[in-house]
Design a binder for this molecule. Sequence first.
Ligand SMILES: Cc1ncc(COP(=O)(O)OP(=O)(O)O)c(N)n1
Ligand SMILES: Cc1ncsc1CCOP(=O)(O)O
Ligand SMILES: [Mg+2]
Length: 306
Amino acid sequence: MTELHIPAMAQAIVAAHSATFAPYEQRLPPQPTPAATRQDPAYLAALQACSALGFIAIDAECLAHAWQRQSVRTSGFDARCWPSDPQDFGLAGADPQLAFPPCPRALGLYGVLPTAEWVGRMARAGVPTVQLRFKSDDQAAIRREVQAAVQAVQGTGARLFINDHWQAAIDAGAYGIHVGQEDLDALEGAQLNAIRASGLRLGVSTHGYAEMVRAHAVQPSYIALGAVFPTTLKKMATAPQGVARLQAYVRLMQQYPLVAIGGIAAEQFPAILATGVGSIAVVRALVNAPDPDAAAQHLLGLIPAP
Ligand SMILES: Cc1ncc(COP(=O)(O)OP(=O)(O)O)c(N)n1
Ligand SMILES: Cc1ncsc1CCOP(=O)(O)O
Ligand SMILES: [Mg+2]
């Protein structure tokens, strides 16, 4: 295949996948094509095509490498075949010794909650997975809240993840820790080793292909995918991913328990579950509900129990 064919190859990818990843449908505008880092035709065509389909530069680059590897592995370029094989993304062959402890593939309804009181309330309502997302810089208050959350889930069977405050989570004996990409960047190797050695599970936020690859490098217990829909709760650096991208991410990341998050309400549960995620994380659908306990019962009825 010569360079003369690259625009035609790019067009073929766009034609085959625009109905799935239509930028207009998902409100994801076409992106400028980033500078190429290699010259292989499948890579160059996919870089153009994925940018036209609205993928941001780091994700278009990641996808373009995967298209190239797929073309080599399958001895040919097939525009219809969206990459979803982990080996094409460099996701195969991880070291099991470095993996974080496993958690169930299906974490079920996952309540992300602002205080220990909310954690206890939702755990008692039967929410199987809960997270304390307590935003504060006051170390004493953080430790108090984390300890109170650990006590609040006792006897309920709920798994408690602590957002951000990993040392307090270890000291209090939580079930796991959740960190975002920036939190991960801020962790030194020794700190990550300390979390791994503690036996706590680790969940990592991701917002696209490049971040999934980055998350895989630490082999977490689960991977969160979002924001699926717009959320008012957190200022997101990336656009809402939509259900079509979520579906593509789920196909690729099958080796992990997966959690969908961001703007998800009861109406969207069937479409989200149809992608194959084992868990849906919500904040406002519980915390802002007129009757949070009734909302929890309603949502629990929409999602298989873990
Ligand atoms: C289940 C789950 N997914 C994603 C997040 C977001 O985590 P992060 O990116 O670290 O942002 P903050 O929650 O710290 O603002 C989450 N908390 N839980
Ligand atoms: C913490 C977080 N991380 C990604 S989206 C989000 C907020 C989800 O809140 P809601 O379910 O109310 O949209
Ligand atoms: Mg965080």
